[in-house]
Structure formats: C-alpha cells, structure tokens
Design a protein around this ligand. Structure first.
Ligand SMILES: [Zn+2]
Length: 165
C-alpha cells in the first residue's frame, strides 16, 4: 500500500474523527463561535506569513481546487450514461469534456449555416442537395409586431403562443 500523504493522515486520525463527531453534535451558536475562532486563527496566521509563504499557500489552494474540479469531471464522465435523467444541480456539467462542443465558427460553403467545430459536413443541407427558398418577409402589421415597431409589440410577443393555439 502506498504511503499516505501527511494531509491524508490527519483526515483519518482518531482525533480528526472525534472532531467530526463533535461538530455534528454542536448547536448553532457553538458552530458560529467555532467558525469565528477558526477564522481569527486563520487571519492571524496570514498576517504573519511572508509573501513567499502566501504565494505557496495560494498555489496549493489553487492546486487543491483543480484536483476537486478534476475529481468531479472524472466522476461525471465515468458515469454519464442516461445522465439527463439523473440531473444534479450541484454538478457543473459545463466543465465536462463531452459537454463542451466548442464554438459555432464553421460556415457551410453551400448554405451558409453556422456549424459547430466538430459537426460533420452534410448535416445542414446534405452537402448542397437540399436548398430551401429564403423566408419571405411577413406582412404588415405582423412584421412591425415581431420587430417591436408597434405599440402592441410587447403584448404580442408575450402572448404570441396563444395566437397559434
Ligand atoms: Zn449546408
């Protein structure tokens, strides 16, 4: 078994375990006082640290945050089957590699559709085989209602779905 890091040892010690149990049993004022004392100790330590120590602390903190992010990413990608049915609002899905699809910076040479970087050719117009006529301009007053150039545009755009039902 590989040797545990010092930080890991402290997390699993009997003292740390006892402290965790005490924390679950403490009342709200006790918790507030403990956190206030903890913050005071932290700020005293930070006042005494040199700029090099501060830099090291911030670097370690950033590495720890990155490790945490990577852990979440790995957890998501390892278990992403039917993920839409198990949505967890605590997870930042945007950080998952399979969710990041890049930017829409590719333009189809046949139909001028904007496409994602990895989108295959032919997905929009079957490589020029499908050619739709341009949309016609809507008649008045629909055009003014749609383009917010009519006094009732706000009402129209808010309730437009009622007009189609
Ligand atoms: Zn196209």
């Amino acid at each position: 078994m590989p040797k545990r890091a010092r930080s890991q040892l402290s997390k699993h010690s009997s003292q740390a375990r006892a402290a965790r149990i005490r924390r679950t049993e403490e009342s709200s004022p006790e918790r507030s006082q403990r956190l206030a004392e903890q913050n005071q100790r932290k700020s005293q330590l930070r006042e005494r640290e040199s700029s090099v120590e501060r830099l090291q602390r911030l670097r370690a903190q950033a590495e720890s945050q990155q490790l945490s992010i990577n852990r979440v990413r790995n957890r998501i990608s390892a278990n992403s089957n039917r993920l839409a049915f198990r949505y967890d609002p605590q997870v930042d899905y945007a950080q998952q590699a399979s969710v990041q699809i890049g930017v829409m910076n590719k333009i189809c040479s046949n139909c001028s559709a904007k496409k994602w970087t990895d989108e295959p050719n032919g997905m929009c117009c079957a490589s020029g085989k499908v050619c739709l006529p341009n949309l016609q301009e809507p008649p008045q007053p629909i055009k003014n209602l749609l383009t917010n150039n009519h006094p009732l545009s706000g009402h129209f755009l808010t309730y437009i779905h009622h007009f189609y039902t």
